[in-house]
Design a binder for this molecule. Structure first.
Ligand SMILES: NC(=O)C1=CN([C@@H]2O[C@H](COP(=O)(O)OP(=O)(O)OC[C@H]3O[C@@H](n4cnc5c(N)ncnc54)[C@H](OP(=O)(O)O)[C@@H]3O)[C@@H](O)[C@H]2O)C=CC1
Ligand SMILES: O=CC(=O)O
Length: 291
């Protein structure tokens, strides 16, 4: 199966590599074209523009940073729309809001192409291990066609119905995750400042009803102040912002998420946006020491 792949950031690079290692022919494009070279070593072909990739491949996947990047790659000069058409499918796996996804859906289908949104849950390591959770919605025939690729990229795919449902599901999940990360950061700082061993806290948490892989994975590195990026903090803040907008639309009060968003925003203002989202821990430390 031949697949086009747009966007070779933390997630895209790992996902495209998995497809190559599993026998897919992959044509890649990235805004910073130099990032394509490593994949060429594993057999990828480079497309000079998103349009060139779509022209070559019947299915093109994208995973880009945010709504503005997702729209730019489709609508700008040399973008996806220039070559999409009958018999061609476009699958956007970026985390965006349902409005962005709907705009792309309308434009792609107006040109005769088919569209699926398919954001993913799971970070750098699950992407490397082909263990993502895929939250697809849109064209069901394209979903069926993409299953061999989804089986390589993920441990489970969901088809959630019409366009927007995948985007919304992803935002709800990440809103919960961002709020949990803030509560976890506060707990680590509170334990340490009140004279407890934070490693003991991790052991206690891991044996109780709120044990989870995120605390298990991030706790030890957070205690060491190591925030090497797996999920960049700027993307988590974008997800909180988009989830809060979804809350506005639906009149859902989300004070915990709003507070978490403020902490991520503060972290961005301190230029921590390119670090892992667990760097929000630093914000709690500052607040506590200045009080
Ligand atoms: N990292 C994670 O753990 C997870 C991330 N996600 C989501 O997946 C998406 C990608 O995340 P991730 O790989 O971590 O992000 P990165 O920041 O590592 O990569 C972002 C990608 O988007 C490209 N890009 C940014 N702006 C533009 C633009 N204007 N035009 C074209 N390309 C652009 C970048 O190109 P360039 O290299 O040129 O900068 C790069 O390829 C995001 O929506 C994120 O929320 C979802 C699940 C987990
Ligand atoms: O979007 C991030 C993730 O870990 O999932």
């Amino acid at each position: 199966m031949e697949v086009g792949f747009l966007g070779l950031g933390i997630m895209g690079k790992a996902m495209a590599m998995n497809l190559l290692k599993n026998g897919f022919k992959v044509t890649v494009w990235n805004r910073t074209l130099a990032k394509c070279e490593e994949l060429v070593e594993f057999g990828a072909t480079i497309g000079d523009t998103p349009a060139a990739v779509v022209k070559k491949c019947n299915i093109t996947v994208a995973i880009l940073s945010d709504p503005s990047a997702a729209l730019s790659v489709v609508f700008d000069k040399d973008g996806v729309l220039e070559q999409i058409g009958s018999g061609k499918g476009y699958i956007d796996m970026s985390t965006v809001d349902d409005d962005t996804s709907s705009k792309i859906h309308k434009a792609v289908t107006a040109k005769g192409g088919s569209f699926l949104e398919a954001p993913v849950s799971g970070s750098k390591k699950p992407a490397e291990d082909g263990q993502l959770v895929i939250l697809a919605a849109g064209d069901e025939a394209l979903y069926e066609e993409a299953i061999p690729a989804f089986d390589v990229l993920g441990k489970k795919s969901f088809f959630l119905g019409h366009v927007g449902n995948g985007a919304k599901m992803k935002l709800v999940v990440n809103m919960i995750m961002g709020s949990m990360m803030n509560a976890f950061s506060e707990g680590l700082v509170l334990a340490e400042r009140s004279g407890l061993n934070p490693h003991a806290l991790l052991d206690v948490l891991d044996l109780g009803g709120i044990a989870n892989p995120m605390f298990r994975l991030k706790g030890p590195t957070m205690i060491q102040n190591n925030y090497s990026p797996a999920f960049p903090l700027k993307h988590q803040q974008k997800d909180m912002r988009l989830a809060l907008a979804l809350g506005d639309e639906n009149a859902v009060s989300m004070p915990a998420a709003a507070a978490a968003n403020e902490a991520f925003k503060k972290a961005r203002s301190m230029e921590l946006g390119d670090l892992d989202f667990s760097a929000v821990h630093e914000i709690v430390k500052i607040h506590k020491s200045s009080s």
